[in-house]
Ligand binder design. Structure first.
Ligand code: 2NL
Length: 347
């Protein structure tokens, strides 16, 4: 029996030394030390021994068990360390591999043009103002002399929130200027850029949401000369010092007198044709419409608590999309809102 124990011990130790995985080691633990293991099998035969032999063999068997358990622990530590080592090696990060380059975006072309225009007006002393896109019809229409029944108030042209047509998506940024006039004393010199909404079907030149930039100057002795001086100065900064401008009479309910301002076509220099063909930039007109403007109607000043006997002012409004399309040579308005990076990357 003693020899049997020795044999099991040597065999087990050799097998444990050869085991190279936690699973193989566990198998050996079951095989030698488990309930149905080889050592247990030998111990079960103890009953056949004499009373003197039994404690000696018992001691020996316990010593073998202790040795094997010790060996198992030691081997387990070695295997675990090797497994960990291998895991660390396989998961190692090579910090010298070049990283994936991040594609940098840039400012949207609309914002590039808006920023340029704002910078020019700020340089002339204008303050940039911002306001709500959901407006009262009172600010958007009534105080601007746009009376009930005017076509622009029609439900087919304007997005309304209420059945009584009193709350709407602003159709112009003028309500912001009304809010300023209502609350501030002249001199007022402001620029109001922002989103505006009209029920237009989207096509090459229309979108139900677009951007407007409106300006307003109110003080004592403001004249049409101030209006022309300001607008010509700004357009020459945008389109070049040699840009030619003209003013045509027009009508708006909120200004009197009113005008529109055109720029001479930079492509055909006002002739309307290039090499005998109709100029594609101005469609043969020779001029490109830039904006509408005028002297603020005395009723509009009065509607905002400003005395038209003491103060006068000029106002203007332009479409940012039209400015950007002219400046960046974009032919279809929808491209501006699609945000296809192949388009955006060109600017
Ligand atoms: C256009 C051009 C314009 C204004 C906007 C304005 C604002 C106030 C008072 C008077 Cl608070 N006028 N804005 C003036 C003239 C033209 O926009 O083509 N609009 C339809």
């Amino acid at each position: 029996m003693k020899e049997q124990l020795e044999k099991i011990k040597l065999e087990a130790i050799a097998a444990m030394d050869a085991a190279d995985s936690p699973a193989a080691l566990d198998e050996l633990r079951v095989r030698y030390l488990g309930k149905k293991g080889e050592l247990t099998a030998v111990l079960k035969m103890m009953g056949k021994l004499s009373a003197e032999e039994r404690p000696v063999m018992g001691q020996l068997a316990n010593a073998v068990r202790a040795q094997l358990e010790e060996k198992l622990d030691a081997r387990k530590q070695v295997i675990d360390a090797a497994v960990l080592e291998q895991k660390l090696a396989s998961e190692a990060i090579d910090v010298t591999i070049p990283g994936k380059s991040v594609v940098m975006g840039h400012e949207h072309p609309m914002n590039q043009v808006l920023q340029e225009i704002k910078d020019i007006f700020v340089g002339l002393g204008y303050q940039i103002v911002d306001g709500p896109e959901i407006e009262l019809a009172d600010y958007n229409f009534t105080r601007l002399n746009i009376e009930e029944g005017h076509p622009s108030r029609d439900r087919s042209d304007t997005f309304y929130f209420t059945d009584d047509d009193s709350v709407l998506l602003r159709t112009q940024t003028s309500p912001m200027q009304i809010r300023v006039m209502e609350n501030a004393e002249p001199p007022i010199c402001i620029l109001a850029p922002g989103r505006v909404y009209r029920k237009d079907e989207a096509d090459a030149t229309h979108s139900p949401m677009f951007h407007q930039i409106e300006g307003l100057v109110v003080d004592e002795n403001i004249t049409m000369g101030d209006l022309k001086g300001a607008l010509v100065t700004v357009m020459r900064k945008i389109y070049g010092e040699d840009a030619q401008m003209r003013f045509r009479p027009h009508h708006f309910p909120f200004t009197e007198p009113s005008c529109e301002m055109d720029m001479q076509c930079h492509k055909c220099h006002g002739t309307g044709e290039i090499d005998g063909n109709v100029c594609s930039t101005c469609h043969g007109e020779g001029w490109i419409e830039l904006l509408g403007a005028g002297m603020v109607h005395p009723d509009v000043l009065r509607n905002c608590g400003i005395d038209p006997e003491k103060y006068s002012g000029f106002a203007f409004g332009m479409g940012l999309e039209r400015m950007a399309m002219g400046r960046l040579r974009i032919t279809d308005l929808r491209l501006i809102f699609d945000n296809d990076v192949r388009f955006l990357n060109q600017f």
